[in-house]
Design a protein around this ligand. Structure first.
Ligand SMILES: [Zn+2]
Length: 427
């Protein structure tokens, strides 16, 4: 039996010092070191804060090969930015490129404490079988959990998009599952929405909503209604769906969402990068909407998102009291709750029966840590230079002393070759 010993456990709600955790795939027992039983394999966590692995709420693994890509872009609108960059890149992705972008991402996720990723995928060359490639790389090879979907869009073959989402989501385990992926209102005709509504059972959707004001303008001009009402008309605001961004929503649209069992994935760093505005989290919170955080595929340092969200909301509201560390805790907890529902297992706590997904992060506190101030230490200290030392997923040690047991050299070398070929093709 494996055990963490001398562990200071923080699950973003409770903080317990000097604990032991017995585990296999799941946590078997937790208690004070005073009562620690004899164990075969003990990992000493002294000097570290131990937290559950993080759940990344909205990502684009395919953007791995955008790093360092020099392509001429002169966008005058958000849609032109998509056309000139992202749609060009994803149009050239095939199974090999998907697999290697998954392997690279898996390594980077582990280094950044992410044990579950919710990904929104697009690849023009290979639609069919693409989600399985992500599953093979992220789940089978790197041992992480993944919730995947393919971005249905009128720029792709709709039948293949539907088939890929539906066939992948047929099989689900506590390690992977599928959602129904859709790009955004502005790239989905009424005919496509009708097909999705009739051919995709009740699979929760994962879609970009009002990321840019153009999504709303397009919907109003073409369909005479705003994005949320379009989705509502086709009964697509299904239970457990993820709506990403939701920056340009009005009060009434938020009211519609407040009545549904859906989550909103906020991605403030990407929003600032794209210059599309920032979500009105304060109002979402007042209306009781459930929010999670994603990084929209912009890098892998997910804890940076906690910081950027916090500061950008203070800036947006012109108030240092606009949101508090309590909000960050709630959002992190929401991420576990959502992933638990989709994967059908218990995540994010140090209790018997919860999955053994956790990490030890070395931290030397310059002031005393207490139950009351632990989130302040986590946010301003641990996240300021976030570097987990050891990480387990499903009870398996995936990173030990900062080292990941995989052929990183081969993976990165292959990734560089594949990306070079891709850039030449899509230029
Ligand atoms: Zn996105």
């Amino acid at each position: 039996m494996k055990a963490l010993i001398n562990a200071d456990l923080f699950d973003f709600e409770t903080y317990k010092k000097n604990q032991y955790v017995l585990f296999d795939k799941e946590i078997i027992d937790v208690g004070s070191m005073d009562n620690c039983p004899n164990v075969d394999r003990a990992y000493d966590c002294k000097g570290s804060i131990v937290t559950p692995g993080l759940v990344l709420g909205h990502s684009h693994i395919y953007s791995t090969f955008a790093r360092g890509w020099i392509t001429r872009i002169t966008p005058n609108s958000f849609e032109e930015l998509l056309q000139q960059m992202w749609w060009k890149l994803d149009s050239g992705l095939n199974h090999d490129a998907i697999f290697y972008s998954g392997l690279v991402s898996g390594i980077e996720f582990i280094k950044n404490g992410i044990t579950t990723v919710i990904d929104h995928h697009a690849s023009g060359k290979d639609i069919l079988g693409s989600l399985n490639k992500l599953k093979e790389s992220i789940c089978d090879e790197m041992g992480l959990r993944g919730i995947f979907c393919f971005e249905t869009s009128d720029r792709f073959n709709i039948s293949e998009c539907i088939e890929e989402n539906m066939s992948f989501s047929e099989n689900k385990t506590d390690q992977y599952a599928g959602l129904f992926g859709m790009h955004a209102s502005m790239t989905l005709s009424n005919q496509t929405l009708k097909r999705i509504a009739s051919d995709t059972k009740n699979l929760p959707i994962h879609i970009h909503v009002a990321e840019s004001i153009e999504d709303q303008i397009h919907s109003l001009e073409k369909y005479r209604k705003k994005v949320i009402y379009r989705l509502e008309e086709y009964d697509l605001l299904r239970k457990e769906s993820i709506l990403s961004h939701c920056i340009h929503l009005d009060e009434n649209e938020m009211d519609v969402l407040a009545k549904k069992d859906i989550v909103i994935a906020l991605n403030p760093t990407s929003n600032m990068n794209n210059g599309v505005g920032l979500p009105n989290y304060k109002r979402m919170k007042e209306k009781g909407l459930t929010c999670i955080l994603g990084n929209d595929g912009l890098g892998y340092n997910f804890t940076r998102e906690f910081h950027n969200f916090f500061y950008s909301m203070h800036h947006r509201e012109l108030s240092p009291l606009a949101i508090s560390l309590e909000d960050i805790k709630i959002i992190i907890r929401n991420q576990y709750t959502y992933a638990e529902k989709i994967l059908g297992c218990s995540l994010g706590r140090f209790e018997k029966g919860y999955k053994a997904d956790f990490m030890a992060i070395p931290y030397i506190a310059p002031t005393e840590i207490t139950k009351e101030n632990i989130m302040g230490h986590f946010f301003y200290g641990v996240c300021d230079n976030f570097r987990p030392r050891d990480l387990w997923c499903n009870g398996i040690l995936r990173m030990k002393d900062y080292e990941i047991k995989t052929d990183q050299e081969e993976i990165y070398d292959s990734a560089r070759k594949l990306s070079k070929k891709l850039w030449e093709e899509v230029l």
